[in-house]
Design a protein around this ligand. Structure first.
Ligand code: AMP
Ligand code: GLY
Length: 427
């Protein structure tokens, strides 16, 4: 079967890597892909948000399975475009429609969903221009810190944790009245701050049954010891030591099952990933956010631990027969370290020559922001450049292998966090 993966990051390189291992995969296409995915299949230089072109490409190339990586086309309704066409709707598709994607696309939608289905999350209220005065009063009386969230997609920047009432009031006004975060911030969720340790839980569902994928911990801050600015993610580990059987049972009973049942009750047919960002507050799980996709760099740590046929899992998800396939997970530990450009997550330069990435042994190399020039040199092409993942029988060895290989890949201005997984490994 011919398979199309949509997206261009490390997550999509990891998808392509797993799908390529499957005997089900004939031709593999990645749209638009990066220099890493080009080694596994054919990169297609089309814009994923141009649904007409994506649909035409699928028909012209006899695509038998579509897997969508990033949230943007999902929130914009790529699945609805396929559903509306007699031929396109026959193609098994991994990714929810516009309504299902609202779990990520609208914080207000997801908070209301959680409230309705009694899923544990931070207490909240939503404000717009119509009730901003009430919002300012609410914020003034709120405990500190107080969390402000732009309702819509804001490229990971729409969450503000305010330490004072003055700051919170000013930010609420900036979002609602002055267009901070554009239209995404015209509606704002104000919520309670949850204190605990975060983890990422991943569920694959066909709308009826679900499978729990390996969980992961993402390291979001740029600096060692979890300091400095938030990034897309600087590394990940899987499994997460504190996500033991008793904690995960609470997650399944209180969060995953009510989420799947809630989607059914709302009449939302959901075929795809649900990434649940959780806070472990004194051993009790609370939902911080839902995403309608896999995480990046979590995917680069999670997928290498899946030993069953990933293309078959994707196909069964799209075909609504997930209960008929088996999910096998390796007991090994995965540690992923992200190599980034100097300056990231602020401004950074592109076009630096990368060397050493193709001679790595004992680790997997997933490209994120890379491309090749006309001379076929490998160049940096973004903030996050390459994710190095290692598998080992224990976390400390996995981290050590990834660190060793992070050293052998070279480009001007390379930076990485050498403390991924630090809180779980004794020195
Ligand atoms: P999000 O964009 O929803 O992933 O939020 C970004 C980050 O803000 C999360 O990963 C958390 O670290 C933090 N965050 C969001 N909501 C809360 C909350 N209610 N309490 C504490 N931290 C939060
Ligand atoms: N690593 C977090 C995310 O993908 O949103």
């Amino acid at each position: 079967m011919n398979i199309l993966v949509i997206g261009s990051g490390g997550r999509e390189h990891a998808f392509a890597y797993k799908i390529k291992q499957s005997p089900l995969c004939e031709k593999l296409f990645i749209m638009p892909g990066n220099a890493g995915t080009a080694e596994l299949g054919m990169n297609v230089p089309l814009e994923p948000n141009d649904f007409t072109m994506v649909g035409k490409f699928c028909l012209d190339n006899e695509i038998g399975l579509v897997v969508v990586g990033p949230e943007e086309p999902l929130v914009k309704g790529i699945k609805n475009h396929f559903d509306a066409d007699d031929k396109l709707k026959q193609i098994p598709f991994v990714g929810p429609d516009k309504t299902g994607a609202q779990l990520e696309g609208s914080k207000d939608f997801s908070k209301a969903f959680m409230a309705k289905y009694h899923i544990p999350t931070a207490a909240y209220q939503t404000f717009t221009a119509e009730n901003i005065q009430e919002g300012l009063k609410y914020v003034q009386a709120h405990s500190l810190p107080v969390v402000l969230k732009a309702d819509g997609l804001a490229a990971g920047k729409g969450v503000l944790i305010c330490e004072s009432h003055v700051e919170a009031s000013a930010e609420l006004e900036a979002m609602i009245n002055n267009g901070k975060f554009g239209s995404s911030g015209s509606k704002v969720v104000v919520e309670e701050f949850l204190k605990g340790i975060e983890l990422s839980v991943f569920v694959l569902t066909d709308g009826q049954s679900y499978k729990l994928l390996p969980e992961a911990k993402d390291y979001k801050r740029i600096g060692e010891g979890d300091t400095g600015l938030n990034t897309g993610g600087m590394g990940a580990i899987s499994p997460v030591p504190f996500a033991d059987a008793s904690f995960m049972q609470k997650v399944e009973e209180r969060i995953i099952k009510p989420t799947i049942n809630g989607l059914k009750a709302e009449g939302i047919s959901y075929n795809g990933f649900i990434f649940i960002g959780l806070m472990n507050v004194a051993e009790e799980p609370y939902v911080i956010e839902y995403n309608c996709r896999m995480g990046d760099p979590e995917t680069e740590a999670v997928l290498p631990r899946i030993t069953s046929d990933f293309a078959e899992l994707m196909l069964a998800t799209g075909d609504c027969r997930l209960n008929q396939v088996e999910l096998q997970i390796s007991a090994q530990h995965a540690a992923t370290i992200m190599l980034v450009s100097k300056g990231y997550p602020g401004e950074y330069e592109k076009g630096k020559v990368i060397s050493g990435s193709d001679t790595v042994v004992n680790s997997l190399v997933f490209h994120s922001g890379t491309k090749r020039n006309e001379q076929q040199q490998l160049l940096t092409n973004g903030g996050r450049i390459i994710a190095v993942t290692s598998l080992a029988d224990n976390l400390a060895t996995a981290i050590e292998l990834s660190k060793q290989n992070a050293e052998t890949i070279l480009f001007e201005g390379k930076y990485y966090r050498s403390d991924i997984g630090y809180e779980f490994v004794k020195n």
